[in-house]
Design a protein around this ligand. Structure first.
Ligand code: URA
Length: 209
């Protein structure tokens, strides 16, 4: 699958291992989500376009470069909110387009409930973020939603993925790049990634006590 990029780096592997640990507390969990997202976005943004810029340093004029691509980050509510700060650190000028999908616990399908995009979304490159790429259903629906709205350039960033979900996504959107930090064994009967890390939203927002 040419559009799936598993980013291998010792720091990512180390951080993912602590992230998975059920004894990792919410504070540390959020920090790790933030750090891993930062590293993934660094890789996923390698092909961003630049424009020349003259920069006056205190000494002389330098030939610099600045981003020319306009970016829209699309966090899928709610777990991806934990990834948003990392994006702002790396790309402060990014706009945010929220996408709300809720999992139907019986069918395990994603159900759309909310979107709030910036007004110039059609001119922007979209990075959809969601920490868990499980059945692929939400990812497919999110890309479909943006494509139908006219967004042309879309990438997806997830922390942990299941092979089935990636394959399902790849069959429908082989042209959309997906960046992940880990590809796990599979899914359990509840649609959770195995071994995964549990419910990412609950762990970010400490709602599983
Ligand atoms: N969403 C989660 O938060 N965890 C999973 O394992 C799958 C979907």
């Amino acid at each position: 699958m040419k559009n799936i990029f598993k980013i291998s780096h010792p720091l990512i592997e180390h951080k993912i291992s602590i992230l998975r640990d059920k004894n990792t507390d919410p504070f540390q969990f959020r920090m790790l989500i933030d750090e891993i997202t930062y590293l993934l976005l660094f890789e996923a943004s390698r092909d961003l376009e630049l424009k020349s810029a003259k920069i006056d340093t205190p000494v002389a004029t330098a030939d610099g470069k600045k981003l020319s691509t306009k970016i829209m980050i699309c966090p899928i509510l709610r777990a991806a909110l934990g990834m948003l700060d990392a994006v702002f650190k790396l790309i402060p000028a990014a706009s945010v387009g929220f996408l709300g999908f809720q999992r139907n616990e019986e069918t395990l399908d994603a159900e759309f409930f909310y979107a709030k995009l910036p007004s110039d979304y059609k001119q922007r490159t979209a990075y959809i973020i969601d920490p868990m790429f499980a059945t692929g259903g939400t990812a497919i629906d999110a890309v479909k939603f943006l494509r139908e709205k006219g967004v042309k350039d879309i990438k997806f960033i997830s922390i942990i993925a299941a092979p089935d979900g990636l394959e399902r996504f790849n069959k429908i959107y082989p042209d959309v790049e997906v960046y992940v930090a880990a590809i796990d064994k599979g899914l359990n009967e509840k649609g959770y990634i195995v071994p995964g890390l549990g419910d990412a939203g609950d762990r970010v927002f400490n709602t599983n006590s």
